[in-house]
Design a protein around this ligand. Structure first.
Ligand code: ME8
Length: 498
């Protein structure tokens, strides 16, 4: 592979640039499954990529706790709400640690010091804009959705997602007059002022916006909500889930608090990573809220698909829920990260079974990068061949790396992985075809020199791969970089064959 080193440094060009990436804040009514781990992992990959480019990076995740789901789950577990929440959040953080999720902050919406002031300040801004109105409301309430749903959403009288009959509720609510912003939101999305990726999701939301938007209930009577933030100036009402939850992206940065240095440094978000199930909330309600509050809009929303297992939605009753911790125990964090990055499309639904996981692990890791590292470093260490190693800046200035960088610009992690594994395959092929292991032993000096030159080139090529792997499989990338620097083959295979 031809390598053209240029003086211009991609990394230096990114100095002074910032990148703020968020995951959804997950409900703490059960432990996280593979789907949540997917969102967290791809968000982490974007954060690590941005750091690799030298950008000032902030990565936020958290939990959406002011919900009756959590209260019911605590009761089901025979626990008090707050100890229950602490236990569940401990589990979230444990998974993140095990998966090498390099978040900068974990925001909890029950955090009165860090979250509540910002929600209150945000609410007041919407009130000042005249966009909050108290109304008497009668509707069908789906507990699973934590929202009112319409007759036309129902299938056989039940919510099709939660298979529960909704409750008919009549109550006073504060409404957010979202309908006012429908035209503006449509323009914002059509013009990519907020870029929604992939385009199919952008079109989906544009189609929805064609008919305008309905106003949304943003509070509920305080006596019907165990948890939640009282409406400023009216403690008979509490701010209701989406009005509270979406604001986390700002409150975590100090919005509405005295210390808002992070807000000044990082807002607007560069990337909200979400699943397709919460597209409407992020692409319609959230921009509407920000317009009402007069705050800058996020730049990109990546809407990923849902992970199924054996073609079916993961569900406890079907017994096909994949527990990421179990996978990490058996295969290691990097194997899980590799699988979701390379074998699940970030733009569509993807399937995953224990069998497909094992097959991918053996092909891409054990026989792929793991084998290649042993092969090359065995030869370079035996024959004392090395090469100058390009700095990370120079790696990104290499024109052959541009398609990797471009894939990241398109949020296409899968394509970025394919770039790396194409390089791995072509190095394998080069070894096969040129047989440097024979050449270096040749009595003919010219042949031996040619063998060494090939090994030296492979050594440097392997270094480039190890740099490009950093966001995807960070622990393995660091191990490979260490082995290359000391020119040693691994004492045991990086990924034992299963
Ligand atoms: O919706 N495949 O929380 P939630 C891929 N609290 N991703 C999946 C998935 C699957 N099978 N299942 C879940 C909420 N996810 C709100 C969010 S944000 C201000 C508030 C991921 O716990 C995916 O990111 O139900 C989805 O959007 C999210 O978990 C829903 O998490």
């Amino acid at each position: 592979m031809a390598v053209h080193w240029q003086n211009m440094s991609h990394i230096n060009r990114n100095e002074g640039q910032k990148f703020y990436v968020t995951t959804p804040i997950f409900y703490p009514n059960a432990k996280l499954h593979m789907g949540h781990a997917y969102s967290a992992t791809i968000s982490d990959i974007f954060a690590r990529y941005s750091r690799l480019l030298g950008k000032d990076t902030y990565f936020l995740t958290g939990s959406d706790e002011n919900t009756e789901k959590a209260v019911r789950a605590a009761a089901g577990a025979g626990q008090q709400v707050f100890p229950y929440l602490d236990g569940i959040i401990g589990g979230f953080k444990n998974l993140y640690k095990r998966l090498d999720i390099s978040y900068d902050q974990f925001i909890r919406t029950t955090d009165k010091d860090n979250h509540w002031p910002g929600v209150e300040a945000f609410w007041k801004r919407m009130v000042d804009s005249g966009d909050i109105e108290k109304r008497s409301y009668e509707g069908l309430y789906c507990v699973g959705h934590e929202s009112f749903i319409t007759e036309k959403d129902l299938v056989d009288g039940k919510c099709p997602d939660h298979r529960e009959t909704p409750q008919r509720i009549k109550e006073e609510n504060y409404f957010f007059i979202l309908s006012r912003y429908a035209d503006k939101i449509r323009d914002i999305i059509a013009s990519d002022a907020i870029r929604i990726v992939p385009t199919s999701r952008k079109n989906e939301i544009l189609a929805l916006l064609k008919d305008g938007l309905e106003d949304v209930s943003f509070s509920r009577p305080a006596d019907k909500m165990t948890l939640g933030i009282p409406v400023p100036g009216d403690n008979t009402q509490k701010i209701y889930v989406w009005g509270d939850a979406l604001t986390n992206y700002l409150t975590a940065l100090g919005f509405g608090r005295k210390d808002h240095a992070l807000y000044d440094r990082f807002w607007p978000a560069d990337l909200h990573v979400i699943g397709k199930d919460i597209l409407r909330f992020h692409a319609a309600i959230w921009p509407g809220m920000l317009l009402s509050a007069g705050l800058p809009l996020p730049k990109n929303i990546l809407v990923h698909g849902l992970i199924t297992s054996g073609g079916l939605k993961m569900s406890k009753t079907l017994g096909n829920v994949i527990d990421p911790v179990r996978l990490i125990d058996e295969y290691g964090a990097d194997a899980v990260r590799y699988f979701v990055a390379r074998h699940i499309s970030p733009f569509e639904d993807g399937d995953m079974t224990m069998d497909s996981f094992k097959e991918a692990y053996n092909a891409g890791l054990a026989n792929g990068i793991g084998n290649l590292v042993s092969r090359i470093l065995k030869l370079t260490s035996d024959h004392r061949v090395s090469s100058d190693l390009p700095s990370k800046e120079d790696v990104f200035a290499d024109e052959t790396v541009q398609s990797y960088a471009q894939s990241f610009d398109e949020f296409d992690i899968q394509k970025a992985c394919n770039h790396i594994w194409t390089r791995i395959a072509s190095m394998d092929r080069e070894i096969q075809e040129t047989q440097p292991f024979k050449l270096v032993k040749s009595a003919d000096a010219a042949s031996a020199a040619r063998g060494k030159a090939i090994l030296s080139k492979l050594y440097r090529e392997l270094w480039i791969v190890a740099v490009l792997l950093e966001p995807i499989i960070p622990a393995t990338a660091a191990t490979i970089q260490g082995l290359i620097r000391s020119n040693k083959m691994p004492s045991a295979p990086l990924f034992a064959r299963k």
